[in-house]
Write a protein that binds this ligand. Structure first.
Ligand code: NIG
Ligand code: FE
Length: 413
């Protein structure tokens, strides 16, 4: 697809030279070009610059007067393949039960697994594609999707096959993560190590054979999986070329961050509970910390201490965690606003975290996350707005006019 955008009020997140990610003080710099043009050829960004240097072109032209363009959001942590919903647990929580108490009485992840196990692959695909289309409309142009609501060989593979089919049928970039170690299913209640061994011996070889995953994940948390379990899963993943992206420090800090770093995890996600030593451990590593503020909002748990982390020189990525239990929302615009409002990130830091750093956390740093020649033309064209600060400021309101994936205007729904 070829398009020329002209008169762009401000072209946001312009990186002439591709970089891996931004950290510390650099997170507060968001390079832009005012009154810009952007040329898209064959679905890729081929040129951009000041309007006075705008090339003549016969391509379709979009006049963006008063509007801004930024790279699509990169949502590096979701669970959008699931069956049914958990609104009942939501009401239970309003009435006073905690996430932990709900899980203990048979709700939580096991409840979603029960529903998913009796849902056909086709039906699961149909339910999940609606959520995928929803997030595309909300400006997400790259997304990671996890398994982890199957918890049996057949159902974990069913989830991963649905992710693969979504990847084949939609223009959004999709990465798949194997999260078999999300919770211990009831039949293995007294035999967690057999469950882990089943994941490793029975499922990983099929994942390899059918090329069903890019990453491996585990819920490293008190009451779920220990740091020893985490080490085992990350090592097994490595054998199959799957990098780690782990759930860690959501409710308790048990040295999971350190295990992730030791095994070169691509990202460590959640991090609502961060000790000084956890922050120190992440310094100068290639492991991206990922915050999920919609989860903190929905569960009323602490927010990831972004200020402390960024002030200590760390990078940070932002993602939704879209899932039926802790975050039934895939709205990256809300995530960016909430990061500013509740975590005191500046708009520059939040936009960097939701684009370039998110792309890194999915191993898509060479494909998306910035306005750079050769990257995918996955773009958000805003409505007429006064400045980019308006994006997080106008929380909950739709600021997107049109979404483009590979230069193509998206028109489902
Ligand atoms: O990232 N923390 C673990 N997993 C999901 C929630 C799972 C659920 O409640 O269904 C999360 O928050
Ligand atoms: Fe999650």
């Amino acid at each position: 697809m070829n398009v020329l955008f002209i008169n762009i009020k401000e072209l946001i997140q312009v990186r002439e030279k591709n970089i891996d990610f931004v950290s510390g003080k650099e997170m507060n710099t968001l390079p832009t070009i005012k009154n810009a043009f952007l040329l898209v050829e064959n679905g890729l960004i081929s040129d951009f610059g000041d309007m006075k240097d705008c090339p003549k072109s016969t391509y379709k032209t979009v006049d963006a007067t008063g509007k801004m363009i930024l790279p699509s959001w990169c949502d590096s942590h979701t669970h959008i393949v699931y069956a049914g919903n958990r609104e009942n647990e939501f009401v239970d929580r309003i009435k006073g039960l905690s996430y932990k108490e709900i899980a203990e009485k048979g709700g939580g992840i096991l409840n979603s697994a029960k529903k998913l196990q009796v849902t056909s692959e086709n039906e699961l695909y149909n339910q999940s594609k609606k959520r995928l289309e929803e997030i595309i409309h909300l400006g997400t142009g790259a997304v990671e999707i996890k398994s982890g609501y199957g918890l049996t060989k057949d159902s974990e593979l069913k989830m991963l096959r649905v992710i693969k089919k979504l990847k084949e049928n939609y223009p959004i970039e999709i990465k798949a993560t194997f999260l078999g170690a999300h919770a211990v299913p009831n039949q293995y209640k007294n035999n967690k190590s057999d469950y882990l061994q089943m994941l490793i011996d029975d499922i990983l070889p099929v994942i390899k054979e059918e090329n069903l995953a890019d990453f491996i994940d585990i819920f490293c948390e008190t009451g779920y999986f220990t740091i020893e379990d985490t080490e085992k899963i990350l090592k097994a993943g490595k054998e199959y070329n799957l990098k780690g992206k782990i759930h860690v420090n959501q409710f308790t800090a048990i040295n999971g961050v350190q295990v992730g770093i030791k095994h070169n995890a691509l990202s460590v996600d959640h991090l609502e509970e961060m000790r000084t030593e956890d922050i120190a451990a992440l310094k100068n590593t290639k492991t991206m910390p990922v915050a999920l503020p919609s989860c903190s909002y929905f569960l009323s748990i602490p927010y990831t201490p972004a200020r402390k982390m960024i002030n200590a020189g760390l990078p940070l990525a932002l993602a939704t965690d879209y899932n039926p239990g802790s975050t039934p929302s895939g709205n990256m615009n809300f995530v960016v606003s909430t990061a500013c409002i509740k975590m005191k990130m500046t708009p520059e830091e939040a936009i960097n975290a939701a684009t370039i750093n998110g792309a890194y956390a999915m191993n898509l740093k060479n494909k998306t996350g910035s306005i750079t020649k050769g990257k995918l033309a996955n773009l958000i064209l805003t409505k007429e707005i006064s400045s980019y600060n308006f994006i997080p400021y106008s929380f909950g309101n739709p600021i997107i006019e049109t979404v483009f994936l590979k230069g193509e205007e998206i028109k489902y729904i």
